[in-house]
Design a protein around this ligand. Structure first.
Ligand code: NAD
Length: 485
């Protein structure tokens, strides 16, 4: 019998529900079902318009069940209900966006082919896709994979995080209700090593798309090499938020807080690395710290809660570990650095929004992804130094620049080696715009049209309308040669 896993509400440690952790054999059965549905089923041969209509039906169902899904996400992750509602809206937009892209899957005539040749590119599905998602944006990250994979005609096996599986379970109920044929979308529940690993290893999986930590991504990439699967990776980030002295400072302070403390800092693109011009550094960091001390922590269901808890006891222990690292490295604590004092928060996995000043680029605190509500503030003197600091990371997911000199801001944006750069903004994204990382933040792109083509194979079909012997080999012995004899 499969072990039962308790799904815990991080606000108060209550048990929301129990789910069965599946075994490796069950994961392999799911892969086999997806393989059969791909090889023998109609899905890959159905029209892109038919598949797009299914995605739009899923979007309708997401709208219908929005409140229920949002509440489940808040219970499971601890994020505020307002954030969860935004997540469900974003997920719906992603299904609608890909539901409008059927036209991109139509064959494309290649221009410039020789006369008497028809050359075209067909966009075919890759096959069976293994989709692995993290716990911080459970439904959102999974939808960035499921929607384009289905539109392209693939079949799939999806594995949500074992910590926050509930909204993905719900999504799979909606996929069924929307009329997806049996075996096209398969869900496996359980731990990474048990049911995630087979998606990277098994020869019947053609593509693995993973969002999660760098260490797990490296493991999956190595496993996938054995069967040369296509690999898409969305990994971590250590994202610079650069503030010039000529920025609108009140707005920049406000965004510095949201950049780093949204969802308790458990965001891959979180702007935890604050890099501020030395002429405004002290006042700016003091103001960020002053406001950080006022962030209202609480139950995600309470309207006045601004931030919820961390996702688990284990994760909070990891985040708390950075307090000692900061002390050893000589950073100056300006706010937080501890659990909250309120009696009603003692059962949850809370950690106060934290600000460290006097940080420099070589600190582990500055280089490592804390995945918690911790700002490190560094100072810079020149534009060149700001760029150098912004790029001084193994990651390359996202960054921001704040200045009212838009030429300067754009110059800096151009030089930052990150997959998304915000100018006088932080955190916004669009389903229409590619998302992904430079350097160790990943491989490939999600969202946008690239996010669809991750799931297609481009096949070149070259048709000669007037084939004639080439007489390259054995010259003179073919029909034309015999005539000449
Ligand atoms: P994680 O790597 O621990 O787990 C991610 C998923 O992989 C989970 O479903 C887990 O069960 C599974 N997994 C674990 N070991 C596995 C294995 N050996 N084989 C296959 N699957 C395995 O990451 P996490 O803690 O859930 O998420 C946090 C990380 O995700 C952070 O590093 C964050 O930056 C990253 N993230 C990146 C993006 C992005 O868009 N780049 C978005 C969200 C989160």
């Amino acid at each position: 019998m499969s072990p039962v896993r308790q799904i815990i509400n991080p606000y108060d440690r209550s048990v929301i529900t129990e789910v069965e952790d599946q075994t490796r054999d069950q994961a392999i059965s799911a892969i086999t079902r997806a393989r059969r549905a791909f090889d023998d089923g109609d899905w890959q041969h159905s029209s892109p318009e038919h598949r797009a209509a299914v995605l739009n039906r899923v979007a309708d169902l997401l709208e219908r069940d929005k409140e229920d899904i949002a509440r489940t996400e808040t219970l499971d992750t601890g994020k505020t209900l307002v954030e969860s509602r935004i997540d469900v809206d974003d997920v719906t937009s992603v299904f609608r966006y890909y539901g409008n892209l059927a036209g991109l899957l139509h064959p494309k005539v290649v221009q410039g082919a020789p006369a008497d040749v028809i050359s075209r590119i067909d966009y075919e599905p890759v096959g069976v896709c293994g989709l692995i998602a993290p716990w911080n944006y459970p439904l959102l990250q999974m939808s960035w994979k499921v929607a384009p994979a289905l539109l392209a005609g693939n079949t799939l096996v999806a594995k949500p995080s074992e910590i926050t599986p509930l909204t993905t379970i719900k999504l799979f109920e909606l996929l069924e209700e929307a009329g997806l044929p049996d075996g096209v979308a398969n869900l496996v529940l359980g731990t990474g090593p048990e049911v995630g690993a087979p998606l990277g290893e098994h020869p019947d999986v053609d593509l693995v798309s993973f969002t999660g930590s760098l260490a797990t991504g490296q493991r999956i990439m190595a496993a996938a090499a054995k069967t040369v699967k296509k690999v898409a990776l969305e990994l971590g980030g250590k994202n610079p938020n650069i503030v010039f002295a000529d920025a609108d400072l009140d707005t920049a302070v406000d965004y510095a807080l949201t950049a780093a403390f949204f969802h308790a800092g458990q965001v891959c693109s979180s702007g935890t690395r604050l890099i501020v011009h030395s002429s405004i550094y002290d006042d700016f960091v003091d103001e960020v710290a002053r406001r950080a001390d006022r962030v209202k922590l609480g139950n995600g269901f309470d309207e006045d809660t601004e931030s919820g808890p961390l996702v688990s006891e284990e994760h909070r222990a990891k985040v708390e570990g950075y307090v000692e690292i900061a002390r050893q490295e000589g950073a100056t604590l300006k706010a937080g650095g501890k659990r909250p004092d309120e009696p009603e928060l003692q059962n949850g996995f809370f950690f106060r929004p934290t600000v460290y000043a006097d940080c420099h680029k070589d600190m582990w605190l500055v280089q490592d992804e804390t995945f918690g509500p911790i700002i490190t503030a560094e100072r810079f003197e020149s534009e060149e130094e700001a760029v150098a600091l912004g790029n001084n990371t193994d990651y390359g997911l996202a960054g921001a620049v704040w200045s009212q000199d838009l030429d300067k801001a754009q110059r800096v944006a151009k030089k930052l080696r990150h997959g998304t750069v915000w100018v006088n903004e932080f955190g916004a994204y669009l389903p229409q715009a590619e998302w992904g990382g430079f350097k160790r933040s990943g491989v490939g792109r999600e969202l946008g049209t690239s996010g669809l083509h991750e799931y297609t194979e481009a096949k070149h079909v070259y048709q000669n309308l007037k084939p004639q012997a080439q007489n390259w080999f054995a010259r003179g012995t073919g029909a034309a040669g015999k005539d000449a004899q």
